[in-house]
Design a binder for this molecule. Structure first.
Ligand code: ADE
Length: 254
């Protein structure tokens, strides 16, 4: 998969892409990430990328022409990418969107800055607008990195264990079960006994119950969308968690 990232601060993207799983995915050729400085596509001696808003008001607006020229350059280098603008006005990024993007060959991410991007960029040059949450960042760069990270780890062969991703928080619809490692006792709290005895069915049952409990406590609104298997339903009822099923089975629950 290929990512092209358009930004006026390409240095912001350097170190997060140089570490850990993302770096290995790049080194292994699973993913190719090219960054482009929008300023390189700006006209004139001062290579201006922003200007005052028509109609007055605070702050600066990113000009359309440098972004258009940078997008034309990417399209010439590697045609056919889906162009995504990172903006707080976009659709909320979630695991389902990450999975959809992971099925594409090429994403072009445009990072906005300042008070926004000229509306004609949004209207004419961008296919989708994406927000990573209901808060305002100083620009789209961190949002682009979040998207690259969440998508890259879903690509085939990127995570060490082939089925690490499907057991994650969110990919099953709820939160992940708690994890423990050595030491067995820490701060007077012992690791749950069931995790130590190698009984895989009992461990799977404990993890299902713990994940559902955690989801009920912290993110109950997620439960309505989860479809449990009949075997899971039996386990949850046995542990008095029928309420989780009630929500899932409620008419119009999704
Ligand atoms: N740019 C500024 N804030 C943002 C957000 N929450 N998501 C995506 N891009 C942004």
């Amino acid at each position: 998969m290929r990512f092209d990232i358009l930004t006026i601060f390409p240095d912001l993207l350097v170190s997060p892409l140089r570490e850990g799983i993302i770096r290995r995915a790049i080194d292994d050729g699973k993913v190719e990430i090219a960054t482009h400085n929008i300023r390189d596509f700006a006209q004139g001696r001062h290579a201006v990328t922003d200007d005052r808003p028509f109609g007055g008001g605070e702050g600066m607006v990113m000009k359309p022409e440098p972004i258009a020229a940078a997008l034309a350059h990417v399209e010439h280098e590697a045609p056919g990418g889906l162009v995504v603008l990172l903006t707080p006005q976009g659709r909320a990024f979630d695991q389902a969107m990450a999975e959809r993007f992971a099925g594409l060959a090429h994403l072009v991410l445009v990072c906005g800055r300042y008070e926004g991007v000229d509306e004609r960029v949004r209207a004419h040059l961008v296919h989708e607008e994406v927000s990573i949450g209901d808060y305002i960042l100083t620009g789209g760069e961190l949002a682009a990195l979040v998207l690259v990270d969440a998508v890259t780890r879903l690509l085939p062969g990127v995570l060490g264990h082939p089925d690490s991703a499907p057991r994650d928080t969110f990919s099953w619809g709820g939160l992940k079960y708690p994890q423990y490692t050595r030491p067995r006792v820490f701060n007077n709290e012992a690791v749950p006994e069931v995790l130590l005895n190698g009984d895989h069915a009992a461990i799977a049952e404990w993890r299902l119950v713990a994940a559902v409990r955690q989801t009920m406590e912290r993110r109950p609104e997620l439960l309505g969308r989860i479809r449990f298997l009949p075997t899971e339903e039996r386990i949850l009822k046995k542990h008095g968690l029928g309420a989780a099923l009630g929500r899932a089975a409620a008419p119009g629950g999704d």
